[in-house]
Design a protein. Structure first.
Lengths: 428, 403
């Protein structure tokens, strides 16, 4: 915070005298049982009676942060389950596209029904993400799989591509559903429940925070980014670099493997043509040819898998990091506005008048933004760790499978090669 | 010293133990660097159990001289080939330089193999020149030239390169020649593609080394993920480094194929020699037939064959009975000689076919056995490579799972 705060910033509402452990999760189902009226009004009330405005993500997440609740809700407290499955191709006169089934099961009162099943296409997911970014600018929104695929290079309707996409979309919705703030977003609700997604609904559902951040112009200059956020920014810059390098290496490996595959495809058949004019050596040579053919297929699978599963995830993360850096920049803007206005107020003539509410509102925004971002950052670090552990173990697995296939092929060849010798041994 | 039919190898141990660089002046008095190879032999003694091996140094050119001598002296034998003179079918990381230590080492092995093959050949192993090549360092070259094989060598080369048409070649030899052609063609192709594939494989492995570096750099900016990444990086480095050994082993397989590439040439040479002897027989027989015909015409007075003499005698008048008598007598002698020649050549031909076919059959068995062995060791190499790959990636996977 700025060192020039002559007037003490107004502190936020306290949780009261109760210890943290005794305070129920404000978003848990039990809370609404204690306050029967709240369920209907869709308003949650704190134990000390203060109403919690859930449409403003700022207050609820800062509340959560002060209560130091674990963001990772385990199975017992989770009340929203989302899955993406059952891809289907739709052919219309104008276009062909894939839709996915989105199933929701929930006990939350924000939803009219306990279960939903709707069909959504990639466009809809994209719309949702944009809406979330707009309406929850202080939060890190999980990434979507890449939007554009080069026609002719990738088959958009191949089973592998569709499956890779489905998995990524499923992960996206699950992350949103697990987020204590994003999961309550009304756009998200509409996405899960509405029969037809009227995408123009968006404008009306912009949250207060979204509105306030939207109005922050780029006119304010930040003196210095606080250490912890500067560290985040630096980390993201370095991490993006590393991801770029890994992407290049992976691509290079795929290229070298493809060229090796080309040679293998020529190499194997030569043994076959050799076998055609040999008698005793016919079977062994033919066997070698067949073996190489198997190895070629295994290698082809490996390169395809790496192209389809590995590279896209790397690229998603690079895009994700870009959006995170934008969130950091927005945070800087909000802080800059506050500091500028505060400075102006500090040097005002009349020191007796209280700090104008305008400045107080700015301070509020800064604190909320910082809190949201810090909480999301921790969640992001966790997810990142999981994602890369999964990605790299996946890469290792694919390579192991490739070598295992080749090993099996060569091992089954040995008896074929030794065949005559055994027969000779018997007769000699 | 060795009875024909037994192999020298049964009584003597032969090895090409070392290689050394030498410098000296060559034929045109210029400084040159060359490599010499140490040939060690030890004869089994009834009394002494651990005989000290005899040894002498030889250059590649002396091996070549020996082989050329054997080619000329035993035209019906499929003479074992020497390792290649210059490195061919190399993939780019392997040196094509004759002075390169790896090349010299592979050549040493090839030369030893050559000597062992000759020493175990039923006909070649009992050759005196071969024996002195192994045992007499000085004056061996002169001894070889004294055999006068050089003259035969020149005419042999000429004959092998000549084009002539044989009317009745032995079908088996024609098939063998065709087989030799096909074998040479297919092994060349195999070696070419293998070299290209080796190049590519090298690239695949080496690029993985870059993962090692980037994982190391990445681990520096991570907290919990750092250790796992760093150790995984080490495994990637190990993976990249493992390709050098893999490709070195594969080079041995390539050498085995090369030996049979050159053997195909030796096989073709034997078949060509058969064609030559057959051709000479056919020429002699043709000549005899034409002479007999001439005699018949002269005796009966009819001219069936066109001859300049015949025409001139028509133009300038018939020859006298004395002249005819003289001519007939000459023809009779020629016919006698011709029949001897045909008999000789026929015997030669039959002899050649017999001996050559025995050696070709021997060669066929050897080839089938050796190439099968080569394929087996190639498969074993591939299996080892796969197992190493599985191990490295499992290690890496363990590190990743600890991230």
């Amino acid at each position: 915070m700025s060192a020039m705060s002559a007037g003490a910033p107004r502190s936020l509402a306290s949780s009261g005298q109760k210890s943290i452990q005794d305070i129920l999760h404000p978003l848990s189902a039990e809370e609404s049982a204690l306050n029967p009226g709240s369920a209907a009004e869709k308003d949650l009330i704190l134990p000390n009676g203060t109403p919690v405005d859930t449409s403003s993500p700022a207050s609820s997440s800062s509340l959560l942060n002060r209560l130091q609740l674990d963001d990772d809700l385990d199975g017992e407290t989770r009340d929203l389950f989302v899955t993406v499955d059952d891809p289907k191709k739709h052919v219309s006169t104008m276009e062909t596209y894939i839709t996915y089934r989105v199933c929701t099961k929930t006990t939350r009162t924000e939803f009219d029904l306990p279960e939903y099943s709707v069909r959504r296409r990639y466009q809809d997911f994209d719309w949702l993400r944009n809406k979330l970014e707009e309406s929850q600018p202080t939060h890190l929104i999980p990434p979507l799989p890449e939007k554009f695929v080069m026609k002719g290079v990738v088959d958009r309707f191949s089973e592998e591509f569709v499956e890779t996409r489905r998995k990524a979309l499923d992960k996206f919705l699950k992350r949103v559903a697990d987020h204590p703030v994003l999961s309550f977003n009304e756009h998200f609700n509409a996405f899960l429940s509405a029969k037809d997604l009227n995408k123009r609904q968006g404008l009306a559902l912009l949250t207060k925070m979204g509105e306030s951040v939207k109005y922050v112009t780029g006119g304010y200059k930040l003196r210095a980014r606080p250490v912890e956020f500067a560290a985040m920014g630096d980390y993201l810059d370095l991490f993006t670099q590393k991801l770029g390098t890994i992407d290049r290496i992976a691509q290079r490996i795929i290229k070298e493997q493809s060229e090796f595959l080309m040679e293998l495809r020529e190499y194997g058949p030569v043994y076959s043509s050799w076998s055609s004019f040999e008698e005793d050596l016919h079977d062994p040579l033919e066997g070698v040819s067949g073996c190489m053919s198997n190895c070629s297929s295994a290698l082809e699978e490996l390169t395809e898998d790496m192209s389809e599963d590995f590279l896209p995830v790397l690229r998603e993360y690079v895009l994700y990091i870009e959006s995170m850096k934008n969130v950091l920049k927005k945070r800087d803007q909000v802080q800059a506005e506050y500091e500028t206005k505060l400075e102006a107020v500090v040097f005002r003539e009349d020191k007796k008048t209280p700090v104008p509410t305008d400045v107080e509102k700015c301070q509020d925004r800064v604190e909320c933004f910082n809190a949201d971002l810090k909480a999301d950052w921790d969640r992001w670090e966790n997810n990142k760790r999981q994602d890369f552990r999964q990605l790299l173990t996946g890469m290792a697995d694919k390579n192991i499978q490739y070598y295992e296939k080749c090993l099996a092929a060569w091992e089954s060849l040995i008896p074929v090669l030794q065949d005559k010798q055994e027969a000779e041994g018997e007769t000699s | 010293m060795v009875e024909k039919g037994t192999s020298l190898l049964k009584m003597m141990e032969i090895s090409v133990a070392e290689a050394e660089k030498r410098t000296g002046k060559n034929a045109v008095n210029m400084q040159e660097t060359y490599t010499v190879y140490l040939i060690e032999t030890s004869v089994e003694h009834i009394i002494w159990t651990n005989p000290v091996p005899d040894s002498l140094w030889r250059r590649y050119s002396e091996f070549e001289l020996l082989r050329n001598y054997l080619l000329v002296t035993y035209p019906f034998s499929v003479v074992p080939p020497l390792p290649e003179k210059r490195a061919e079918f190399v993939w780019h990381k392997l040196s094509a330089d004759n002075m390169d230590p790896d090349f010299v080492e592979r050549r040493r092995v090839g030369l030893e193999n050559f000597l062992l093959r000759v020493a175990s050949h039923p006909d070649l192993s009992s050759d005196k020149i071969f024996y002195s090549f192994l045992t007499e360092e000085n004056g061996w070259k002169e001894t070889v030239f004294e055999t006068g094989f050089q003259a035969k060598a020149d005419s042999r080369l000429k004959a092998l390169n000549a084009t002539f048409r044989v009317k009745n070649p032995d079908k088996r030899f024609a098939e063998m020649k065709h087989y030799g052609d096909e074998l040479q063609s297919v092994i060349s192709q195999l070696l070419r593609v293998r070299a290209r594939a080796a190049d590519r494989l090298y690239g695949v492995y080496k690029v993985h080394g870059n993962y090692g570096r980037v994982f190391s750099e990445w681990s520096a900016i991570e907290k919990e993920m750092g250790d796992g990444l760093q150790s995984a990086g080490h495994h990637m480095d190990a993976y990249a480094a493992s390709v050098d050994d893999i490709l070195e082993e594969e080079e041995h397989y390539a050498d085995q194929l090369k030996e049979y590439l050159f053997y195909a040439d030796a096989l073709r040479a034997v078949c060509r020699k058969h064609e030559l002897t057959q051709y000479e027989l056919e020429m002699a027989a043709q000549d005899l037939t034409s002479k007999k015909q001439q005699r018949e015409e002269l005796a009966t007075g009819t001219i069936r064959t066109f001859s300049l003499k015949g025409m001139t005698s028509k133009l300038f008048g018939q020859e006298t009975p004395e002249q005819r008598e003289a001519k007939l007598k000459m023809l009779e002698t020629q016919i006698e000689e011709g029949e001897e020649l045909v008999k000789e050549r026929n015997a030669e031909c039959e002899e050649f076919v017999k001996s050559a076919w025995v050696d070709i059959e021997r060669f066929k068995e050897q080839k089938d056995h050796d190439l099968r062995e080569a394929l087996i060791s190639y498969a074993i190499m591939q299996i080892s490579m796969c197992k190493k790959g599985i191990q490295v990636w499992n290690n890496a996977k363990e590190c990743f799972s600890k991230m």
